[in-house]
Design a protein around this ligand. Structure first.
Ligand SMILES: [Ca+2]
Ligand SMILES: [Ca+2]
Ligand SMILES: [Ca+2]
Ligand SMILES: [Ca+2]
Length: 452
């Protein structure tokens, strides 16, 4: 098991010094990009800086990673060797100093800790069946049931603070006397509250300040059928699969959502929010609405495509991504919001996707692919994990982990590109590095983790 140097190791101090990692170093220094457990780590030759991980949108699961807080990280550029590295004294800027210039003994010739690497691996799983939509935050996973609604409880809360052994700690359902027919579909995270869209009524919020003791916040809205929702800040957009328009709410008071406006033309099945834009998929295609004034939304553009049944719609600053029942993952350029244009991307087909900064996560039949979409029209495969023993239906991200709901239960993969930051000098090739020889010396074939 491997860790991000700051985030994961703070959470998992014992996991950061697994002896198995030493096995990786031979492979890593030879630049093969294949870890000891057989995980194929594709290291593509892209020079794009891909460490910007703010402004995340994964459905409505919002996570921010500030790369500036990760001290000592460098995945490119020119990093001068530390003059004091190798003097057996831990100096500023050194993660370790074992008094030698040997690579592969746990402390590299650049005084970078070799035991902490972005070594993509399956770290855990649990037989939590019938997981539907999920959102992950703060060491907990919140999930609504999948299509088989025989599962106990509407909302399931899984403790993943030890990702090797996820444990369901609580369930929640509204009072069955008053809400006998409530059925959940979409889920998103607000401020200390999980919001669930469903049917009869439209939505509810659950206070998860104490994840082991979930408490009903709000429950309201017109009757809906199998709704989805998106949250950004204090705004929530809900949609349903049959008829009617999407609805925008102010959820600054999570115990009392305030209706603001209607969005969309008709049959608005799935929704996304990004910046001051709302995206709705429905009968006419993908509509782009300007919600700068949330109470008075304005239809700005329409991509006239057959969206099918949209499982997930996500947006970055200029690109919309769709996972639907129609064909492969699709992308729409909305840099001109009044003239959105679909363009082809080759990232496969999947029932769900997630987006974190410049990285798009696409489940495969037996795992998960990661694409660098910093140039959206030319996605670069940045990593993959292909040893999941079951078919993935939905996913959620909470760095450094990706959580996959499969037909065999929950699976947890860690340290995929975008969920783990590359560190030049740790003798392990991590995306977007082209090499890592464990030193920062130039003119030896690997200079600043770039082939030279
Ligand atoms: Ca030193
Ligand atoms: Ca050493
Ligand atoms: Ca490295
Ligand atoms: Ca070198």
């Amino acid at each position: 098991m491997t860790c991000r140097p700051l985030l994961a190791c703070a959470l998992l101090p014992l996991s950061c010094f697994s002896p198995t990692q030493l096995d990786n170093e031979t492979d890593a220094s030879s630049g093969s990009g294949t870890s000891a457990d057989g995980t194929a780590t594709t290291t593509a030759s892209s020079t794009s800086a891909s460490s910007t991980m703010t402004g995340t949108t994964a459905g409505s699961e919002t996570t921010s990673v500030d790369p500036d807080t990760t001290a000592g990280s460098s995945s490119g550029g020119t990093t001068a060797p530390l003059p004091s590295c190798g003097d057996n004294n831990l100096d500023d800027g050194e993660e370790c100093d074992d008094g030698n210039a040997t690579v592969g003994d746990g402390c590299s010739a650049a005084c970078v800790d070799e035991t902490q690497t972005c070594d993509t691996a399956l770290v855990g799983g649990a037989n939590v069946p019938n997981l539907g939509r999920m959102v992950a935050a703060g060491g907990y996973l919140y999930a609504v049931p999948g299509f088989d609604t025989n599962a106990t409880g509407l909302l399931r809360i899984v403790d993943v603070t030890d990702p090797g052994t996820p444990t369901q700690i609580a369930t929640f359902a509204p009072d069955p006397e008053n809400y006998p027919f409530f059925r959940a579909r979409g889920i998103a995270m607000g401020d200390h509250h999980v919001w669930i869209a469903g049917s009869d009524p439209e939505f509810l919020s659950v206070d998860v300040s104490d994840p082991g003791m979930p408490v009903l916040g709000d429950i309201d809205g017109p009757n809906d059928i199998d709704g989805h929702l998106a949250i950004q800040g204090d705004l929530m957009l809900t949609a349903e699969s049959v008829g009617d328009q999407a609805r925008l709410y102010d959820i600054s008071d999570p115990t009392s959502a305030m209706f603001l406006s209607l969005i969309g033309s008709y049959v608005e099945y799935n929704v996304a929010l990004h910046d001051h834009w709302a995206f709705v998929s429905g009968g006419p295609g993908i509509e782009i609405w300007d919600i700068t004034v949330p109470a008075v939304p304005a239809l700005t553009g329409l991509a006239e495509i057959d969206p099918g049944t949209v499982r997930r719609i996500l947006a970055s600053d200029e690109t919309i991504y769709l996972a639907s029942t129609v064909g492969p993952i699709r992308a729409i350029d909305y840099s001109q919001p009044d003239f959105p244009q679909e363009f082809a991307i080759d990232v496969g087909a999947a029932p769900d996707i997630a987006l974190l900064g410049d990285f798009l996560y696409v489940p495969t039949t037996n795992g998960l692919d990661v694409y660098d979409v910093s140039s959206p029209t030319e996605p670069v495969q940045a990593g993959t994990y292909l040893q999941i023993d079951a078919y993935t239906t939905t996913l959620a991200l909470d760095p450094p982990f990706a959580f996959l709901a499969t037909d065999a239960g929950l699976r947890v993969v860690e340290d995929l590109p975008g969920l783990c930051e590359a560190r030049c000098g740790n003798a392990f090739v991590e995306y977007p590095e082209q090499c890592d020889d464990g030193n920062l010396e130039p003119a030896d074939g690997c200079d600043a983790c770039t082939d030279a």
